[in-house]
Design a protein around this ligand. Structure first.
Ligand SMILES: [Zn+2]
Length: 141
């Protein structure tokens, strides 16, 4: 194994790990600004606990994002057993730019996670096989 190869793999591993963490933060910051499907999500969140805006609880309120609606499949088909996902495009950016930004960050994180898996596989491939894995049962010798 060349030391340059090992060093480049470690560098790439570190870069991708930081990229994944950065995506996680971008998703949280973007979703935090979404006004919600009814436009009251942030008002509901900031309402005083003794004077709530309506009877919607916190956990349900937090799920009322455009992104949640976009990623929920529609049940279709004659028997109601087929799920159909919406294709998310730039027209969704007009509906809610925050949820769209979160969606882009989710896609970027997915790509980075796939690349990280490739880097891990390459690291495993170039390192020598440990002795324990070379073991064979006595009756096979
Ligand atoms: Zn939104």
């Amino acid at each position: 194994m060349k030391s340059e190869t090992a060093l480049s793999l470690v560098t790439r591993y570190s870069e991708l790990t930081w990229q994944i963490k950065s995506c996680k933060n971008r998703i949280a910051i973007a979703l935090d600004q979404c006004m919600g499907l009814d436009g009251k999500r942030l008002l509901r969140r900031n309402a005083p606990w003794d004077r709530p805006l309506d009877d919607m609880d916190d956990s349900k309120n937090e799920k009322q994002t455009h992104l949640g609606a976009w990623l929920t499949p529609e049940i279709v088909g004659y028997y109601g057993d087929v799920q159909e996902w919406e294709t998310i495009g730039f027209e969704h950016n007009r509906e809610c730019p925050y949820c769209f930004e979160a969606y882009l960050a989710i896609r970027e994180r997915k790509r980075a996670k796939r690349q990280l898996a490739s880097v891990k596989a390459a690291m495993t491939k170039i390192t020598p096989k440990p002795e324990i894995l070379k073991w064979t049962p006595e009756h096979c010798e």
